[in-house]
Design a protein around this ligand. Structure first.
Ligand code: ATP
Ligand code: MG
Ligand code: MG
Ligand code: MG
Length: 576
């Protein structure tokens, strides 16, 4: 590819709504352009990365014996009514109607359609096992689309579905996928961890998430440095509490005034000292832009020891808020932040609380929370999963660190990750709901045993950037770089020698199957280098008159501090 043919559109500044570095850099490098909230154009430079991700995924899926097909993006509601998900799934499922008023959905995933295919096409146990996959556009009307491709509404996912005759075989199919995923993520060249995830009521331990390690990740991962133990926070919190801790979950809801209780009530109920209960203050603000859109949302949670005097809270650890604070009114919040509060107060959810009696703080689930009235507290308050977590909460989560791992191998540590893949044993959940059966060896119909396996194809590049960047831009691993090598001739228009050497090297690299771009735009070196460093091409060869006279060119890896001189005759071997 020659740069003049290609579409290169780098930006000096990232748009104001790009909060995380991957979003900023993908915008600045001209990889994506926003069309609407959570909806992006994949520009040529970005699409090359996406295509490389897809190619690796496709190769390894095929190698693992999976078979590719494509299912429609727009799917009739009837199938989704069979499983009940049309009603149950909530606003994340985009429902649309055609001109006849018939209901359709835009696929957020495709269990229903694939199960429908299976019940029609897979009639006998002799056709099993089967693993069918697609790499296809998905739509989820995420509550807070943000961070560019990281949490889009429209995105590309690889979704695979396995069909087996019995549980033993289904679990073997699951393991084949779990291994294929390791090969896939190894090939991307990223640091990642496979972590145990919650598989709900069905699957025992048969659910794992593949998390790219990045300090900016939305998910917390608990792992043991001495063993293979790793789990996501949800799963780790479900571990039985260790040591002498009160067992409080149900008790907390039965406080004297249902729905409202003080820390003192809670302390009495649990039989713990007041200072070992927790009270919290949740502040959430939505900054509203000129057109009425939410520009930025921030949520702060303050957890305080139960004996803390609410009138003297000094909030110093929370970004942007460094004042003495007490229960504030909406007007005060508005005044302080200079923006309109979207909501103020607790966010209700479900899970049980775990009070860590010997460490004076609680783990993040179902808090007792200040109800914006002195001495009035709400129970059952939790952190909405999709809400951003302030540093403070991340800090407090470390209370899990220091617990021993369930395998006894050592203490637990915590790091943050980005969920880029998920493998899941489904059992007969969908096959039963949709009456999907095959004829077994005994001549009787049996329900398919299923598994599902996703990879966030468009999230992956964003995760790669969160993990691999510096102040100049992106640093792609070779496997998914938009181009592997860039040839930068200096003064190509002035020097016939430079032009000839650049064209020759470019031709040789192409012939050798190297994914190379020749920067023939005639930009000055500074601007040219800045572009390629921003775009993150891992290998650069610079060709200039002076070096060329000595038979040399310059090579620099994107991670190198300086270039090294390489003989023209050796550069091809050097790059391969
Ligand atoms: P999350 O917890 O981030 O919301 P999920 O658990 O809902 O993701 P799955 O249903 O497991 O996602 O889908 C499989 C994969 O699709 C995820 O592991 C992730 O990589 C990707 N994915 C899910 N939602 C999005 C999104 N909104 N934008 C981009 N990729 C996504
Ligand atoms: Mg989700
Ligand atoms: Mg998830
Ligand atoms: Mg998931």
């Amino acid at each position: 590819m020659k740069a003049t043919q290609f579409l290169i559109s780098t930006l000096k500044e990232a748009p104001a709504d790009a909060e995380v570095v991957s979003h900023q850099l993908m915008m600045r490098a001209g990889m994506i352009r926003k069309l609407g909230a959570g909806i992006y154009n994949y520009m040529p430079m970005g699409l090359r990365v996406i295509r490389k991700v897809e190619a690796i995924v496709r190769e390894e899926m095929n190698r693992a014996g999976a078979v590719e097909l494509t299912m429609p993006v727009v799917q009739p509601a009837e199938l989704w009514q069979e499983t009940g998900r049309f009603e149950k799934m909530g606003p994340e499922l985009l429902r649309i109607q055609d001109r006849h008023g018939r209901d359709f959905i835009v696929q957020p995933t495709s269990e229903e359609v694939i199960t429908d295919i299976a019940r029609q096409e897979l009639r006998s146990y002799k056709q099993l096992p089967k693993n069918l996959y697609q790499i296809q556009t998905k739509f989820r009307d995420e509550r807070r689309p943000r961070f560019g491709l990281m949490r889009g509404r429209e995105f590309i996912m690889k979704d695979a579905y396995s069909f087996d005759r019995d549980q033993v075989s289904a679990k073997a199919s699951y393991q084949v996928m779990a291994q294929a995923y390791r090969r896939i993520f190894d090939r991307f060249g990223l640091r990642y961890r496979a972590v145990a995830a919650d598989s709900g009521a069905i699957g025992g331990d048969l659910s794992e998430e593949f998390q790219v390690i990045a300090s900016t990740g939305e998910d917390a991962i608990v792992y043991c440095p001495n063993s293979d133990y790793a789990a996501n926070m949800e799963k780790a919190e479900a571990l039985p509490p260790q040591g002498p801790r009160p067992a409080p979950a149900e008790a907390l809801v039965r406080t004297p005034t249902p729905g409202k209780s003080t820390c003192a009530d809670v302390a009495a109920l649990l039989g713990v000292p007041l200072e070992r209960t927790v009270k919290s203050l949740v502040l959430a603000t939505d900054e509203i832009g000129e057109n009425g859109d939410v520009v930025r949302s921030q949520v702060w949670l303050l957890l305080l020891r139960g004996d803390h005097d609410m009138n003297e809270i000094k909030v110093s650890k929370v970004p942007g808020l460094n004042v003495g604070f007490r229960f504030a009114t909406v007007a005060e919040i508005e005044d302080h932040f200079g923006c309109k509060p979207g909501y103020l107060g607790p966010i209700g959810l479900k899970k049980p609380v775990r009070i860590v009696a010997d460490r004076e703080v609680a783990v993040m689930a179902d808090w007792i929370c200040g109800g914006n009235e002195v001495d009035v507290h709400l129970t059952g308050v939790n952190w909405g999963r999709d809400l951003p977590e302030p540093e403070l909460v991340a800090d407090l989560r470390n209370v899990l660190a220091g617990d021993r791992s369930p395998d006894g191998a050592g203490e637990l540590a915590i790091e943050r990750g980005i969920e880029v893949g998920h493998v899941f044993y489904l059992g007969t959940k969908y096959s039963k709901a949709m009456n999907a059966t095959f004829l077994g060896e005994d001549g009787k119909p049996a329900f398919f045993e299923m598994g599902c396996y996703g990879i966030g194809v468009t999230r992956l590049p964003a995760a790669a950037i969160e993990q691999n960047h510096d102040e100049r831009g992106i640093i792609w691993p070779d496997a998914i770089a938009p181009f592997t090598v860039v040839v930068c001739p200096i003064g190509m228009d002035r020097s016939a020698d430079v032009k000839a050497a650049a064209e020759t090297l470019y031709g040789d690299l192409l012939a050798a199957g190297v994914d190379v771009i020749l920067d023939d735009r005639g930009e000055r070196p500074g601007a040219m280098f800045a572009d390629w460093e921003l775009i993150g091409v891992p290998h650069r060869v610079t060709i200039g008159d002076k070096n060329l006279k000595d038979g040399l060119v310059e090579y620099q890896h994107r991670r190198d501090a300086a270039a090294t001189k390489v003989a023209v005759a050796d550069i091809l071997a050097h790059l391969k």
